[in-house]
Design a protein around this ligand. Structure first.
Ligand SMILES: C[S@@+](CC[C@H](N)C(=O)[O-])C[C@H]1O[C@@H](n2cnc3c(N)ncnc32)[C@H](O)[C@@H]1O
Length: 289
């Protein structure tokens, strides 16, 4: 893909996200009240990989509407949230204000932000990104180099994302696609959907509100299909040391498939009769000291 195609795909993705944020937020209940009272939107998997954040600087990449960014602040970090969507960041700033939890939010393309941050000498103790993030990255090598560039010596990058193995299946568990590979670009004509509404409470720890029920996105999007080995190899290739790689046979919050059963902690597992397979993975990678 040429540079011009890449930037137009990114701009299209920005429009698709801008269109979807209002529908997502319409389901979130009193999220600011929940956060104000000390509630956390983070799941145990990312907390365990991140470790103690007290007094640390954290860059939260692809932060969306900022619930997790503010939760990181509640755990003692000083947080900079980054996202390409204007609407997501407007929502994040509003949430920060209403919850009384301060964080800094910067609207940017993640690749450009990482490259600019590394060049400007910005350094963080930790960088975090989660749940539906790698699929928006056209260039894993540049992403991983950028991560290594903004981590202080000994700093860590933590990623929790949906497992590419689950992309082989359609909603009814039928194997319909090859395992992702090479960042193959895929047009999503229906754009970013209302996965928050579709989770029916899985992604709304402050309580589920039916909210917008008829959402249709008129802005298509473009996704990139990467395998797990490619993600980990890109991080290692950037000089980061992989200190954890965990595959989980459940998906936190989201119901990607038909008949998902909900276990305590908003953990979604396949219906009876579908064999266990990895639905999420987590990686921790450390910068050299
Ligand atoms: C599924 S959301 C991530 C979920 C998020 N961690 C949360 O807590 O809700 C993916 C995010 O990636 C952002 N995004 C997509 N492409 C991007 C890019 N090139 N640069 C920065 N952010 C991007 C979208 O705007 C969206 O907010």
């Amino acid at each position: 893909m040429s540079g011009g195609d890449l930037s137009s795909a990114r701009e299209q993705n920005r429009r698709s996200w801008n269109a979807a944020v209002g529908a997502h937020d319409s389901h979130r209940g009193d999220l600011s009240g929940f956060l104000r009272k000390g509630g956390l939107t983070l799941f145990p998997e990312e907390r365990e990989l991140l470790g103690d954040l007290r007094g640390e600087t954290v860059a939260h990449l692809q932060c969306n509407s900022g619930g997790d960014s503010l939760s990181l602040v509640s755990l003692g970090a000083e947080v900079t949230g980054v996202d390409i969507s204007d609407e997501a960041l407007a929502s994040a700033r509003r949430l920060s204000e209403e919850a009384g939890i301060p964080a800094r939010f910067e609207r940017a393309d993640v690749h450009g932000w990482l490259e600019g941050g590394a060049r400007a000498g910005r350094r963080f103790d930790a960088v975090f990104s989660s749940y539906g993030v790698v699929c928006w990255l056209p260039d894993l090598g540049a992403w991983a180099d950028g991560l290594a560039g903004v981590l202080r010596p000994g700093g860590r990058f933590v990623l929790v994302d949906f497992h590419p193995a689950s992309e082989v299946f359609d909603e009814r568990w039928r194997p319909v696609r090859d395992y992702p590979r090479g960042g193959e670009g895929v047009a999503l004509e229906e754009g970013v959907g209302d996965y928050v509404g579709g989770s029916r409470g899985g992604l709304t720890p402050a309580g589920f509100v039916p909210g917008r029920e008829d959402f249709e996105n008129t802005e298509p999007a473009r996704l990139y299909r990467w395998g797990l080995g490619e993600v980990v190899t890109a991080l290692a290739g950037a000089g980061l040391r992989i200190t954890a790689l965990t595959e989980y046979p459940y998906s936190n919050g989201e119901r990607h498939f038909a008949g998902m059963r909900e276990l305590p902690g908003r953990r979604m597992v396949p219906p009876e009769g579908v064999p266990a397979l990895p639905l999420m993975y987590g990686v921790r990678a450390e910068a050299r000291r």
